[in-house]
Structure formats: C-alpha cells, structure tokens
Design a protein. Structure first.
Length: 139
C-alpha cells in the first residue's frame, strides 16, 4: 500500500495573466465551483494554462500590480501556494480580487518559483506527477 501524501499537493490551471497575478500579489482565485472540503489546506501548484484570458489584460486590477513581464509563461507551474479557504462571494468581500457571484479561493503563502516548470495542466484540481514534484522541489 502506498504511503499517503503529507501534505497533499494539487495543481490548479489558471489562464494568464491571472496565474502571473497570483505571483505578483493576487490572493484570491475566482471559480464557479466550491473547493472540496478535503482540499482546504493543501499545497497548490499554480499552473499557467496555454490559452490566455484576453479580456483580463485590460482589467484595472491587473494594472495595480508591478509591471507585467513582456512574455508570460504558459503551460508551466509558476508558484506554490497554500489553499487556505473557500467561500461564496458575500457583498464585495475579498476586494479587490474577489469577483461577484464566484467562489473565492483564498491563497496564502504564495512562493513564486525562480523559473517556470513546464507541465501539462488539467481541468479541476489535478494531482501532479512525482516527477513534477521533484522538479519543483529542486528549485
């Protein structure tokens, strides 16, 4: 029987520039679905998806962050964070990053990686391979 993960690690694929924004200070990820209770407290690999959220580049909140790099990594893990909590939006909570009508995934202890680690992400919360975890740990 394999040893259980301690602590568990999951990946979350996020469109650019939102994945980069997490490395630059965004502490809430907005989703249409609630985090499973068993995933609160997990270590989260912040993965930049291949396709950008084009409208996000004009979002005023992005402009409050430090200057965006001229090229944003895609298809790669950019940071490690702790998934601290999740709650439905409640009257403007989690400003400025929480969107109305969304579940607010609270991120803490965000640590950008010194360099992106190329990897194929997935929908929902995904379990990273042992090889990916080794690459991330080596940085």
């Amino acid at each position: 029987m394999p040893e259980p993960e301690n602590p568990p690690v999951r990946g979350l694929t996020i469109k650019q520039p939102w994945a980069w924004a997490i490395t630059a200070g965004k502490n809430v990820e907005n989703r249409t679905w609630k985090v499973p209770r068993k995933c609160i407290g997990v270590t989260l690999l912040v993965h930049a998806g291949l396709k950008p959220a084009r409208d996000a580049f004009l979002d005023e909140r992005i402009l409050t962050l430090p200057a965006m790099p001229p090229v944003l990594a895609t298809g790669a893990v950019l940071a490690i964070a702790r998934l601290a909590g999740c709650h439905p939006e409640d009257g403007g909570c989690c400003a400025p990053w929480g969107d109305p009508g969304a579940f607010h995934w609270q991120l803490e202890d965000v640590r950008p990686l010194p360099e992106p680690v190329t990897y194929t992400g997935a929908l929902s919360l995904w379990k990273p391979s042992f090889a990916l975890l080794q690459k991330v740990q080596a940085l």
